[in-house]
Ligand binder design. Structure first.
Ligand SMILES: NC(=O)c1ccc[n+]([C@@H]2O[C@H](COP(=O)([O-])OP(=O)(O)OC[C@H]3O[C@@H](n4cnc5c(N)ncnc54)[C@H](OP(=O)(O)O)[C@@H]3O)[C@@H](O)[C@H]2O)c1
Length: 310
């Protein structure tokens, strides 16, 4: 993809030397010109504040510059604490970090979004946000988006987008909104390839971003024979092959781990290249549906709509 390049702004000596290949991480230029690291660090299912803070600090020390949280993860305050500590320690400057959070469905209205954004920013302790996403495609997405567009135009958010928008919903939304979503964060891994969804986003200049890039450990991904066999040719693990496959097709990734050695492994994916045939072999693992959060399942939709974030 031509909009992928090295992120000079995010490189400093400790960052570069902390990466095992000693190279800068690639970034992607979003449709509004904002540069986003192609790889980030996710903090879903890390509710304990101390664990979350430590994980984010370790991730920053390891070289991650994008941190992905959400109102509904209940850990924005811990992310904010880690960011402040990292800056105070001189590990990074604020402008070298890219912080994402997401608006939950219980606040999907114009007024609800304004209030929830303010509360998220108070918890994060940030003056501006790098990326704000509508977390789910349900409810008053248009009212909420209007508020988010205003916050973006006021300069409080650098980029705005959506999450879990399937192609039909995404197309309708992109056709009807003033500012088109710059990112759509959806489930993307070798067992749920969703190439047509990615192709559709690209028609609207939207950057695809993978949640669950390691399939949350499902399908024996960490010892999968196809991924392990390919990895053995490059001295890489099955996890590294799965992550490389996504970035090599232009998808941003957000692997989560609370273990430092896994964080290091997951970011060490920039010094090998899968062949076209290996890319196809991996894509052939596709099951064609989610086994994590199926947005077509009425029980799941009901659960999402009935969950509150704070
Ligand atoms: N927008 C959405 O609706 C949505 C939904 C889900 C997730 N997300 C975002 O996407 C991020 C990533 O997705 P995810 O957290 O669901 O799942 P994931 O990153 O696919 O997988 C995380 C799991 O894999 C383990 N793991 C990580 N690296 C490993 C390695 N190298 N070897 C062995 N095990 C490894 C982790 O365990 P340990 O932590 O114990 O190491 C954890 O159990 C989230 O944290 C969140 O930021 C967004």
């Amino acid at each position: 993809m031509e909009n992928i390049k090295l992120c000079n702004a995010r490189a400093n000596e400790s960052h570069e030397s902390s990466l095992s290949n000693g190279r800068m991480q690639p970034g992607v230029t979003l449709s509004n010109g904002v540069e986003m690291p192609l790889e980030g660090f996710g903090v879903f299912q890390v509710p304990d504040p101390a664990v979350c803070k430590q994980a984010v600090l370790d991730a920053i020390r390891t070289g991650y510059r994008l941190v992905d949280t959400a109102q509904v993860y209940m850990n924005e305050a811990a992310v904010g604490e880690a960011v402040r500590e990292a800056i105070a320690e001189g590990l990074v400057k604020r402008e070298e970090l890219f912080i994402t959070t997401k608006l939950w469905v219980s606040d999907f209205s114009y007024e609800g979004a304004k209030g929830a954004f303010r509360r998220s920013m108070e918890r994060l302790g940030l003056e501006y946000l790098d990326l704000y996403l509508l977390h789910q495609p349900f409810g008053d997405i248009y009212g909420a988006w209007l508020a988010i567009e205003e916050l973006y135009n006021e300069g409080l958010i650098r980029a705005i987008g959506v999450s879990n928008f399937h192609p039909g919903k995404f197309t309708e939304f992109a056709e009807l909104t003033g500012i088109k979503p710059m990112v759509n964060q959806i489930e993307l891994h070798p067992f749920f390839v969703q190439q047509s969804s990615i192709d559709n986003m690209k028609r609207y200049g939207c950057q695809p971003q993978a949640w669950g890039p390691l399939a949350e450990g499902k399908h024996g991904i960490f010892s999968h024979p196809v991924l392990s066999d390919i990895g053995s040719r490059y001295g890489k693990s099955a996890a590294q092959v799965a992550l490389r496959w996504n970035v090599q097709r232009g998808v941003s990734i957000l692997p989560k781990s609370v273990h430092r050695e896994r964080m290091e492994q997951n970011i060490d994916i920039w010094n090998f290249q899968l062949t076209d045939s290996e890319m196809q072999q991996i894509a052939a693992l596709d099951l064609g549906h989610s086994e994590i959060i199926d947005h077509n399942n009425p029980d799941i939709v009901r659960y999402i709509l009935s969950t509150t974030a704070e």
